[in-house]
Design a protein around this ligand. Structure first.
Ligand SMILES: CC(C)(COP(=O)(O)OP(=O)(O)OC[C@H]1O[C@@H](n2cnc3c(N)ncnc32)[C@H](O)[C@@H]1OP(=O)(O)O)[C@@H](O)C(=O)NCCC(=O)NCCS
Length: 172
């Protein structure tokens, strides 16, 4: 598995992930297709400028054109100050192979090694078994439940937090 920066050419993967009702069931529902070209351009710009880490998951380095999903770390402002957040998505044809967990661990290892982002938070939907399992097994601690605004909607989520420098669990 390899992680690489998003580019504007990833618009098709964005549409397959973000405009699909099943993929977005726990993320507030699908978002409009016509917004994706602009979204991927802005993300590619932020990734290139190292403002955020916006990575495409490439399962097989020998087939770099095949994208399985995405894992992202970014910072945003809250009432309590800036907060670093991580999120992940894996397309249905690639689910159940441990890819989301490996990609998430790889990005947190990089955060640890570069000493960047501080404590990283994740907000998976309460009913998302796989994502809550990823948090638990990588060493996140459960902070509590929270209502999270996402794409103009409110989702009921678990709030997890990890300090990758001290808490990240290595593969067995
Ligand atoms: C959630 C999602 C990222 C999981 O991707 P994936 O690559 O299939 O996940 P993995 O294969 O890495 O599995 C992660 C862990 O969850 C476990 N798991 C999988 N499905 C599960 C379920 N329904 N209930 C409990 N645990 C589950 C796996 O066994 C694995 O744990 P393990 O390594 O200890 O065995 C993917 O289904 C997805 O993108 N869904 C739509 C978008 C989404 O919900 N994103 C997350 C928002 S927080």
């Amino acid at each position: 598995m390899q992680l690489r920066d998003v580019t504007p050419d990833d618009v098709d993967a964005y549409i397959r992930m973000r405009c699909d009702p099943v993929m977005m069931a726990d993320l507030g529902g699908p978002v409009p297709r016509e917004l994706q070209a602009d979204k991927v351009r802005r993300d590619a710009r932020d990734a290139a400028a190292d403002v955020s880490w916006i990575k495409m998951i490439v399962p097989d380095e020998g087939a770099p054109e095949v994208v399985a999903g995405t894992v992202v770390v970014w910072s945003h402002d809250t009432e309590e100050g800036p907060l670093s957040e991580i999120g992940w998505m894996v397309l249905p044809g690639f689910q159940g192979r441990g890819l989301a967990k490996r990609a998430t661990r790889a990005l947190l290892e990089r955060a640890r090694d570069e000493g960047r982002w501080g404590v990283v938070h994740a907000f998976p939907a309460i009913g998302n078994g796989a994502s809550n399992g990823i948090c638990r097994s990588l060493g996140f601690r459960l902070v509590g439940e929270q209502e999270v605004p996402f794409a103009g909607r409110v989702l009921r989520s678990n709030h997890w937090a990890i300090d990758p420098r001290t808490d990240l669990v290595s593969p067995r």
